[in-house]
Ligand binder design. Structure first.
Ligand SMILES: *[C@@H]1O[C@H](CO)[C@@H](O)[C@H](O)[C@H]1NC(C)=O
Length: 199
């Protein structure tokens, strides 16, 4: 479908699609029996980019994105995916795993992984553990899609996208190397799409 350049229409389409993908008979807050979380609990995983230091930054906290955009030279790049918020209690997030966030202030790089052993090895490389960024699926269930990880050694940048074409473009044209699938997240509409932070 062509977006016809109309942001309000497209935002509506997004909202409509999200409503359709929820399980109708499940009330908000119920834990669906299939082990899938109610997709209405998912929140925006916001993406921002700092071209000078070459850093992709992802957060569910819009204040953090705004701070990065207004004060730290990042550009908002919209919603990378839908993920489950860090504050969900354990009984509300079955079938998910934590996505850990780390940051290396020397090389200005945000790094995300579901692997605790990678957290440990990143620490030895100068990364600080920051927080659980979100909860995500670690297998391809419940309508989720792969979140790919790429790395640029020249930019010391970890880059995450659900778009296979964006990933292959980063490899072909921007010097990134594929590092596989980090986890599975709920999809956004076809890239590119309007920035929903401001809507
Ligand atoms: C979101 O980020 C802001 C700014 O960094 C911080 O003050 C606030 O505590 C964060 N909110 C949550 C819910 O983490």
């Amino acid at each position: 479908m062509k977006a016809s350049g109309s942001i309000p229409f497209f935002a509506l389409f997004v909202a409509f699609t999200r409503a359709l993908t929820s399980t109708p008979q499940v009330k908000l807050g119920d834990v669906p029996s299939a082990g899938c979380l109610d997709s209405r609990l998912a929140v925006d995983f916001l993406r921002a980019y700092q071209p000078k230091y070459v850093d992709h930054f992802y957060t569910t906290n819009a204040s953090e994105t705004n701070n990065a955009v207004f004060f730290l030279g990042y550009s908002g790049e919209g919603v990378a995916a839908y993920v489950f918020p860090w504050y969900l209690p354990p009984d509300r997030r079955p079938s998910t795993v934590p996505l850990y966030r780390m940051y290396n202030p020397k090389v200005i790089d945000h790094f995300y992984t579901t692997s605790y052993s990678e957290v440990q090895s990143a620490k030895s490389l100068g990364y600080d553990y920051e927080e659980i960024s979100a909860y995500v699926y670690n297998t391809n269930i419940c309508g989720s899609v792969a979140l790919y990880r790429l790395y640029s050694s020249s930019g010391t940048d970890h880059f995450y996208t659900t778009s296979a074409s964006e990933a292959s473009n980063a490899v072909a044209k921007l010097g990134y190397t594929e590092e596989g699938i980090v986890c599975y997240v709920l999809p956004v509409p076809p890239w590119p799409y309007p920035d929903l932070i401001l809507s």
